[in-house]
Design a binder for this molecule. Sequence first.
Ligand code: GLU
Length: 322
Amino acid sequence: MKKLFVLSLAVGLSAIFSTGALAATKYVTIGTGGVTGVYYPTGGAISKMVNKKRDEYGIRATVESTGGSVFNVNAIMSGDLEFGVVQSDRQYQAYNGTADWDGKPQKDLRAVFSIHPESVTIVAADESGIKEVADFKGKIINIGNPGSGQRGNAMDLLEAAGLDPEKDFQAEGLKAAESAGMLQDGRIDAFFYTVGHPNGSVKEAVAGTRKVRFVEIKDETVKKLTDKFSYYAPASIPVSMYPGVANEEDAKTFGVKATFVTRADVPDDVVYAIVKEVFDNFDEFKKLHPAYQILTKESMLQGLSAPIHPGAMKYYKEAGLL
Ligand code: GLU
């Protein structure tokens, strides 16, 4: 009996050591956004795909809730995170050294793939009377925390619409996860969120006693923005996803894409494993969030402006996608 136990223990240990799983688990952290957004469940979906094969790859991915795109880029570059979900406009700006990275191009930033579309969403209390951007005058508007992606989109929109956040209204810098509660408490009149739909934050805002509406952006303003910035595209917010919202039709706005990024020195085999698990099990991945419904493998290779990480490139070539 004792002999048998020793034998099976030896077999078990040698199995563990031969796969190297125990000896060399690689821990990677994915930066996301607020827990009521789409980035947080997206980090969860990606980590779920790769963690399933922990014995094969020896990778353990964990997810961190963060302040959003700008925070994620900076934390990846400083080595605090290995991966992050980042707006496509932010990826472009960071790599090329514009906006928050003015004169400081982040040349080690690497693209992995694109994910869901995100629209610049402005949720306003119906009773505030805000129907368009010009109605912001004299109101309290949350344009987003400095680490967020939406703050830059808000600033670009305000400039295109001819509004000055320092003079025309009171601008707040709250995190997205706090916005719905603050709107319902009457402490802000509207908030910006660049986000995929449906999401928990907008659902929370719509479910409150204060009726809310999506603020529409005029065609001419959208045109100004898409003409000036190649990373913006016209978009609309589907009202059918939010029963009870004041809008009767889908709200016109502009948008970007969520993308998955990393750093040049993150090992090729780690990036390869993540990409392989997401793409080889694509139908399963797509079921993990309703915002992924329209994804195709091809669409996930569009909207990238930093160079594609070699570990991801290896998979795309093998799969005939590039
Ligand atoms: N786009 C937002 C940002 O970059 C986050 C959206 C989300 O968490 O789904 O800050």
